[in-house]
Design a protein around this ligand. Structure first.
Ligand code: BES
Ligand code: ZN
Length: 625
């Protein structure tokens, strides 16, 4: 064995002496565990994309030209791919595209395959031609029946966290930024939009041109294709949606321009020119996705009373935290989401007042407590700084980043005072615009720019917040008088059976007071009381998705079976993972697994791959035939 080792080393040395000079032996290493790309060797700075969207084949045919920057000694450039058919790779050699032999790495279910293209020190452009496979995880191909209009199919992408590579070969790391132009051909009765400049009307020939001039990471690459119309909200804001939804959407998001102005007043100029949103069909697996210039939204936030629009504030806030200053790796995800939740609540505070923002914060605290209880207070995934090496980052991206992140930032604000903290943040976004940030860089930026001594650092318990489990400082729990009033009314009703008073007082409740009420129904509530609440407030029939969801969760817990048909209808029509996971989990936990499976079998074809993956695991399914 030892001899073999020596022999190998000797052969290796001879080989390296003969074939390469010592400089070319330079080794490169990726610092993002979730990407095969090695930025220090060669990186992409611009993409020129041509796509043809084929609804019959459920496939995108693509040709992408990449402007690259390579280290002098680089011999290859690495891309991430997953489930793509790569047809050819080329490098531009003196105005001439030269076909080159590319190399695909070993295939991994989560990370896909590296695509290695040989380059030399002169190479500035490479080209890849490819097609996507039917089950590309980022893409959801919807039949016409799955849309509001019912006449035309729909397609949308969801690239975060590492799914961009399933519809486009790219360096799929949040630490690598690029600009892009795109030409997209779709059937001429449909319209295409991207996270870029967009037109307002359908083109005659189904060809659309896009430009994203600000450098963005791959997880913000986005495309949606459908029977869309456009309507204006304000000078810089507008909505795209199917015609059936557009008026409702325009009303619901009526304060978007005001949100944009409030956000700028807080943390500096909006750097993306326009802020438009698109309302997607209900299978969209998230509430919202902050694709630059074109936030993707679930239709489940259209409640008719603008009560769920803090979600727009959230996606808008990402235009600073996330899109402008981006988490370097998914281990630093809290820098994206914690800051964004903080910023979201500050925007809501400026337009709706402190009381409103505190209700949001307290609901967030309740979510955090619940998540921590479920994850256990020793769980490493409850640290702000994560270690997701070898794992699908999607598994680690929990409420912790959002709510623990939010409360840590709030603790920092409390410590420094709002004035100082706000000017710090304005400077942070200005100085780090279009850059990436990891947790350690953020800490040193914080220490330097707010002159935090070791003593200050310890007082805020920064190390525990970032590198420890649970909530280090419980004093941070917000207070809400309006929720206390809800508690009192509930107690009064529960003890005296006085429903009249509850009916009268709740007429002025916001959705958030309702959520607090529904989340805190007494543990020993009787079925008669559940019936009387349902009769008085029409809870099972409620069309506000958040309220309905909070009620359904309780009905499962308390065995109130009258709500089951409504739960079934909800699970079959909505694909938003934040609703699906707790509902299916609760059904399983409360002896309703058969019912859950029956619904899931029917609903599964309607869900996006992101939701399917989570539900398959939850329901223990591997065979769906
Ligand atoms: N960027 C996220 C969505 C996301 C996170 C997609 C991780 C894939 C991986 C988006 O900004 C978000 O946080 N959406 C929330 C909105 C909520 C917190 C207001 C959602 O979808 O529920
Ligand atoms: Zn977010």
């Amino acid at each position: 064995m030892r001899e073999l080792l020596i022999l190998t080393v000797v052969i290796g040395l001879i080989g390296s002496c003969n074939l390469y000079n010592s400089n070319t032996m330079k080794t490169y290493k990726s610092n993002d565990a979730h990407s095969y790309a090695i930025q220090e060797e060669a990186y992409v700075k611009h993409l020129d994309i041509s796509l043809e969207v084929n609804f019959d084949l459920k496939s995108i045919k693509g040709e992408v030209i990449y402007d690259i920057v390579a280290d002098t000694f680089a011999q290859k450039i690495l891309f991430d791919t997953r489930d793509l058919n790569i047809h050819g790779a080329f490098i531009l050699d003196k105005d001439h595209w030269q076909k080159v032999a590319f190399n695909m790495g070993l295939e991994d279910n989560t990370f896909g395959q590296s695509l290695s293209i040989p380059i030399n020190s002169q190479t500035q452009k490479v080209k890849i031609s490819y097609t996507t496979k039917q089950d590309a995880a980022a893409l959801q191909w919807l039949t016409k029946e799955q849309t509001a209009g019912g006449d035309y199919p729909f397609l949308f992408t969801q690239s975060q966290a590492i799914l961009a590579r399933t519809w486009l070969p790219c360096q799929d790391s949040p630490g690598i930024r690029m600009t892009y132009t795109a030409k997209v051909k779709v059937p001429d009765y449909l319209m295409a939009v991207m996270s870029a400049t967009n037109v307002r009307k359908k083109s005659k020939d189904g060809v659309y041109h896009f430009k994203m001039e600000q450098p963005i990471p791959s997880y913000l690459m986005a495309l949606a294709v459908g029977d869309l119309v456009f309507d204006t909200i304000g000078p810089r804001t507008a909505v795209y949606a199917e015609a059936e939804l557009i008026d409702k959407a325009v009303y619901e998001f009526g304060n978007m321009e005001k949100m944009l102005e409030s956000a700028e007043a807080l943390y500096g100029p909006y750097k993306w020119d326009r802020y438009d949103v698109i309302v997607l069909p209900p299978s969209f697996p998230f509430g919202g996705m902050e694709n630059p210039r074109m936030t993707f939204l679930t239709p489940t936030i259209i409640s008719g009373d603008r009560s769920l629009t803090s979600l727009i504030a959230h996606e808008l806030a990402h235009s600073w935290s996330g899109n402008l200053v981006t988490n370097a790796t998914w281990d630093d995800f809290w820098l994206n989401e914690g800051f964004t939740v903080y910023f979201e609540r500050r925007i809501m505070e400026s337009i709706k007042g402190k009381e409103y923002a505190e209700m949001l914060a307290l609901l967030g605290y309740q979510d955090l407590e619940k998540t921590l209880e479920a994850m256990g207070d020793k769980n490493r995934d409850t640290h702000l700084k994560l270690n997701l090496d070898g794992r699908d980052p999607d598994d680690g991206l929990t409420d912790i980043a959002y709510e623990k992140g939010y409360f840590f930032i709030r603790a920092l604000e409390d410590y420094h005072g709002r004035k100082k903290w706000d000017s710090f943040l304005r400077q942070y976004f200005e100085e780090n615009a279009f850059k990436t940030m990891n947790t350690e860089e953020f800490c040193s930026y914080l220490k330097t720019n707010l002159s935090m001594s070791d003593e200050d650092w310890t007082k805020v318990r920064c190390e525990e917040w970032i590198y420890g489990p649970g909530i280090p400082d419980k004093n941070i729990r917000p207070d809400s008088d309006r929720f206390t009033q809800v508690d009192n009314l509930m107690l009064h009703w529960f003890e005296n059976g006085d429903l009249g008073n509850l009916i009268k007082s709740s007429q002025h409740w916001s959705t958030h007071e309702w959520l607090h009420f529904l989340r805190h129904l007494p543990k020993d509530i009787s079925s008669e009381q559940l019936i009387s609440l349902d009769m008085a407030f029409g809870l099972t029939k409620c069309s506000n998705s958040e309220k309905a969801f909070a009620w359904y969760i309780q009905t499962i817990e308390f065995g109130y079976e009258a709500a089951e048909p409504a739960i079934e209808a909800f699970l079959i029509s909505v694909g938003r993972r934040k609703f699906l996971t707790p509902l299916y989990a609760s059904l399983i936990q409360h002896g309703k697994k058969e019912f859950a499976l029956k619904i899931y079998k029917q609903a599964r074809p309607m869900y996006h791959a992101v939701s399917k993956e989570t539900m398959d695991e939850l329901l223990g399914l591997t065979d769906f035939s």
